[in-house]
Ligand binder design. Structure first.
Ligand SMILES: [Zn+2]
Ligand SMILES: [Zn+2]
Length: 334
């Protein structure tokens, strides 16, 4: 192509409108500056071109989705398209000046094919009016989709400055916790903490569902290792303003999920907090934890006579003010 033909070609794709003059001008300018041999042709992409839209992460101002772009970007020959292309949609919401922010964001990214993160174009969700940056999804890995810097934790795609995590644990309860707490649009920070950020980990104690460790992170912390994600969730959802939870982690062998709490917790473990599940005792004075008592009394013993005795004793203990008579498995005694 001669340079005149190139300009004609790039102008030919300008028969659409974004509905916003500023954006139209921006796209035209960007398009006419295309290096046809190295760049993708920047374009306005109608939202109905996207299928299989799935959320992969968010923070307070940005949500990222994976999607299939039906027509796909123009191939190197500039005539055919690479159809059904997997793309990443970076959706900007709750913006004061959405058009300016969109243009500012789009300017940061390259349309050069050789770059890891290629910006194909922009779009808009007609339902929310949120503007969207459309990226290649191929090398979507080491760099944060929001700030383009390397992830703080590459394995879990966690970016600390953006408070953004793009990772599914496979455990529905943990995933909803991540959605709710880490990606939460609020000021109370709850973050993903890469396990290797904990130092000098030493064991404090152990109960049925939780093991307690002291460790050094940015400051001294208590770590609660849970082998049961529901118990971990109970701890997170417990209303306890006296002990801050900093975040969630997972140890290297991936057996346990871990909560990092204020260091003061370990001093109160077994005194104010149940040794077995880690939540506050129902009756601190009697070291009585209602959820755990319910579980323990479900245990049965083989000897029927002992069983009968336990049942009888239980009938007599109808409140927490009596000692709950129960079978205690030997491995619970240290
Ligand atoms: Zn980031
Ligand atoms: Zn308990």
């Amino acid at each position: 192509m001669t340079s005149q033909e190139e300009i004609e070609y790039l102008k030919s794709g300008l028969d659409w409108t974004s509905g916003n003059e500023k954006i139209d001008k921006f796209i035209q300018k960007r398009r006419l500056n295309t290096d046809l041999y190295n760049d993708v042709v920047f374009e306005w992409i109608p939202y109905n071109q996207f299928n299989e839209i799935k959320e992969i992460g968010n923070n307070c101002s940005i949500t990222v989705y994976s999607a299939i772009w039906r027509n796909g970007p123009l191939c190197n020959n500039k005539y055919t398209r690479d159809s059904n292309k997997e793309v990443a949609l970076k959706c900007l919401h709750n913006m004061q000046n959405p058009v300016d922010i969109l243009i500012n964001e789009a300017t940061k990214y390259s349309t050069t094919n050789a770059k890891l993160l290629v910006l194909y174009g922009i779009s808009q969700n007609p339902d929310t009016n949120d503007y969207i940056l459309v990226f290649s999804n191929e090398n979507f890995g080491k760099d944060c989709i929001i700030c383009d810097e390397i992830y703080t934790d590459i394995q879990y795609k966690w970016c600390k400055p953006c408070n953004f995590i793009s990772w599914k644990s496979g455990d529905d309860k943990i995933d909803s916790l991540i959605q709710l707490k880490i990606n939460e649009r609020s000021d109370t920070r709850f973050e993903w903490i890469p396990f290797n950020q904990f130092n000098k980990i030493r064991k404090i104690g152990k109960g049925m569902f939780v093991s307690i460790y002291a460790a050094i992170w940015e400051y001294e912390v208590t770590l609660l290792y849970y082998n049961d994600s529901q118990k971990l969730l109970d701890k997170v959802e417990e209303f306890d303003s006296s002990c801050k939870i900093y975040g969630l982690s997972q140890n290297s062998d991936k057996k346990d999920y871990i909560l990092a709490l204020q260091k003061e917790y370990c001093m109160e473990y077994g005194k104010k907090y149940c040794k077995n599940c880690g939540i506050k005792f129902t009756q601190i004075r009697y070291l009585w934890c209602k959820p755990c008592t319910n579980i323990f009394t479900k245990w049965t013993v083989e000897n029927e006579k002992i069983d009968d005795l336990i049942q009888e004793m239980k009938l007599r203990t109808n409140s927490c003010f009596n000692i709950v008579f129960e079978w205690i498995p030997y491995n619970q005694l240290h």
